[in-house]
Design a protein around this ligand. Structure first.
Ligand code: BES
Ligand code: MN
Ligand code: MN
Length: 462
């Protein structure tokens, strides 16, 4: 292990520069105008894997963006770790809010990152974190110290729902056979408070369309007599939470996992300062479901949020118009035992039932996924805990996250294995936002920690 760690130290600068090059390719999966660049990124990831020592490296075609696969099998009697991550990124919009261009990475000092952070779209989510795995693997290979078998599966459609990865997994069960999936696509509590993510929320995502009259109308001539779909949509959305912050869709909470008092108490012992939280977000107060703390609201409780709403005139100046249509994109974060399809149906039925006769409504489901939980009494959890403890020299805290990686539940269903969510980001890294960044400290700490995970996991599986 000493040799692996000194190899990492010696090559730090190059590891950083190689990541910067990868971040220069705009691999935005949601927008077809970036298609060439997404494909170029897949090829770059494959080349890095090859150079690091992976065998059977392949850029696997799918109906959408390719999945990069590679492996190094050393002994079939040793355990196999499947590393999963994604090379696609979120759109960089709104561009004008970036302090430096999203695909021209720069390293700058910023709050919480005394060693500086890499500012670029995908720096933390997830190219930076995927690259830690490739570099850790390179180091273990270079020093002839890989303790077990490893497979890599890096996809290009995580940010758009991973639909083709689901199909790929079902079709490649043998090739993907493994003992555990290792994912770095989440965060730690703080740079001096290491944690392992033990839960992810599920997701149901819909788009709604409310139509009033068959065309836009003069808001003076018709206003007051014909339904305004924007007014109505706003009212319908407002009615979806009651005064206690609970979601008012009938049946929405039926399957919600009940978390014991004991577990909730434990959960709330994790280091968290509401004052700091509010200060950081420049808000006077938080909001949410009555009876639950902020940590609980963002982990064990489901949500309903409007992600975007539009319609009518939004150009310069004033235009007096009674719009014909209004739209919204709505996401519901789900917790264990809630079924995304069932929730989508409940939403759809409810949304239609509360619409007045003056409008027509349509609900279009998008992607979704189940929540996931990671048990803490397994060799893989222990290995992650030991690895983080080794490099951070601090106690490791299990914490459920509010985010979603829908494919994790599918890994369990299709491949029959649990995932370990050992991410190294911070919640304040502004993923999906302007000025996304990833700490240089976090990047290096990830590369140093991963080889320990392999080592401890292999030992514990003996
Ligand atoms: N890496 C994130 C998920 C995440 C972020 C988990 C932070 C825990 C902490 C992932 O890339 C993501 O953005 N997922 C989407 C869902 C997906 C279906 C678009 C999400 O959570 O909104
Ligand atoms: Mn991600
Ligand atoms: Mn993401």
């Amino acid at each position: 292990m000493q040799a692996v760690q000194s190899y990492i130290k010696k090559n730090q600068k190059r590891f950083l520069n190689e990541l910067l090059d990868l971040l220069r390719i705009p691999s935005v999966s949601a927008d077809p105008k970036y298609k060439k660049d997404v494909l170029k990124t897949a090829k770059a990831v494959a080349d890095h894997l090859k150079k690091a020592g992976a065998k059977k490296v392949e850029v696997c075609k799918t109906a959408g963006y390719p999945i990069v696969y590679g492996e190094k099998l050393i002994d079939k009697n040793l355990p196999t770790v499947l590393v999963y991550g994604h090379y696609d990124v979120q759109p960089p919009d709104p561009l004008e809010l970036w302090d430096s261009p999203p695909f021209e990475p720069v390293i700058k000092k910023t709050k919480g990152h005394p060693k500086g952070a890499i500012f670029a779209r995908g720096a933390c989510d997830d190219k930076g974190q995927v690259f830690m795995h490739i570099k850790a693997f390179e180091a273990m290979m270079a020093e002839d110290s890989l303790p077990c078998n490893v497979k890599f599966m890096i996809e290009g459609e995580e940010e758009v729902g991973s639909e083709n990865l689901g199909i790929f997994c079902k079709a490649n069960k043998k090739r993907l056979a493994c003992d555990v999936v290792l994912v770095s696509d989440t965060s730690i509590i703080a740079n001096n408070v290491p944690s392992v993510t033990t839960g992810l929320r599920g997701l149901s995502y819909v788009e709604v369309e409310v139509t009033g009259a068959n065309r836009d109308l003069h808001s003076g001539v018709y206003g007051g007599a014909v339904a305004n779909p924007i007014n109505i949509l706003a009212k319908m959305i407002a009615s979806m939470h009651d005064k206690n912050g609970r979601i008012s869709i009938p049946g929405f909470y039926d399957d919600v996992e009940r978390v014991s008092k004991k577990e909730r108490t434990k959960m709330n012992e994790a280091p968290f300062s509401l004052t700091k939280y509010k200060r950081d977000l420049k808000i006077k107060d938080v909001e949410g479901e009555k009876g639950y703390t902020t940590l609980e609201r963002t982990s064990i409780r489901p949500t309903l949020d409007v992600n975007g709403i539009w319609g009518g005139y939004i150009g310069e100046g004033a235009k007096t118009v009674l719009p014909s249509k209004a739209f919204a994109k709505i996401s519901m974060r789900l917790v264990p035992n809630q079924d995304p399809d069932k929730i989508t149906n409940l939403f759809s039925r409810h949304f239609k039932s509360i619409a007045p006769d003056s409008v027509k409504v349509e609900v279009r489901p998008h992607h979704g996924g189940h929540a996931a939980v990671t048990p803490t009494d397994t060799p893989e959890y222990k290995a992650a805990e030991m690895a983080l403890k080794k490099t951070f020299k601090k106690e490791v805290i299990p914490q459920r996250s509010g985010g979603s990686i829908p494919i994790v539940a599918l890994f369990e269903k299709v491949l029959g294995v649990k995932s370990i969510l050992m991410g190294f980001g911070l919640d304040s890294d502004d993923i999906h936002s302007p000025n996304e960044h990833y700490g240089v400290f976090n990047y290096y700490r990830g590369i140093e920690t991963i080889p320990y995970f392999y080592q401890y996991y292999t030992e514990l599986k003996k």
